[in-house]
Write a protein that binds this ligand. Sequence first.
Ligand code: APR
Length: 311
Amino acid sequence: MRPKITIIGAGFTGSTTAHWLAAQELGDIVLLDVMEGMPQGKSLDLQEALPIISSDVSVRGTNDYLDTAGSDIIVITAGAARKPGMSREDLLNTNAAIVRSAVDSSVPHSPNAVLVVLTNPLDTMAYLAYRRSGFPKARVVGQAGILDSARMRAFVAMELGVSVENVHTYVMGGHGDEMVPLTRHSNVAGVPLLEMLAPDRLQAIVERTRKGGGEIVNLLKTGSAYFAPAAAVAQMVSAILKDKHLIVPCSAMLEGEYGLRDMFFGVPTQLGRSGVERVVEVPLDEVEKQALAASAALVRESLATLERLSA
Ligand code: APR
């Protein structure tokens, strides 16, 4: 029997995630949305594409959580997308209500699933899903670091004219403009990035990475990025279902790692069949530690806002 993957929210990110997952034949997919007909229509369209790309998974659209029962993985993308001028934090109130309802409606039907959260503000929504679900911390993980690192990889590869496969970058911290691209730990085919790029070019790439989400929001005007976020989720789902023990940056529950606790935060995690198998601790220098602390302070602020709004 193939694994079962539910995607809650069949908008741009959700349907693109379904596309990547189906193309990789990772499992049978249930695409759920509150809008009637929309998830059914998109699923049927995707199902009809699969003969062309030789994929045998089933893709089912629904508005009924009963259809999600027994899922191995639940991806939560439901929520409002960011508009120009709107920070991820502006979304907090609206999206908290949506994530609560997605967790409350799905978890009782799939008590053993791994929850993968994509809804922004990411670290806060992942924390909310963790608390609300009652799942162990290993089975709740947020998507952010793979996307942020991929953006930086793309920019470095474009700048140097090398394959993206040669570029290894590390972006940690909260999924916001204070994220922490770790240039000292990044390399191109093993050569430290600091030796491959002039300081001003490297700084420009770091800044562009930090503002990568906003750059796309400003271009699209009516929504936020979805191809790259969805591809990042597909890599996480693949690592979990194939039990790969893959180390990738994700938002995970911290209990003392990096001196932080009781919060979700972007750190290198090892993903396998049980979810987050461990958080990997990278040795950091003082400047990196300070940058991480500034990023953590923003996530804490967002968590405090969530608490105030829910009181
Ligand atoms: N339950 C299920 N689906 C819902 C709910 C709900 N309670 N509320 C809203 N949705 C659905 C909407 O109907 C819509 O189809 O979520 C979908 C969101 O899709 P888009 O508006 O296309 O937004 P998208 O670009 O996919 O972004 C979704 O992911 O990357 C993050 O910041 C982004 O938080 C945003 C989320």
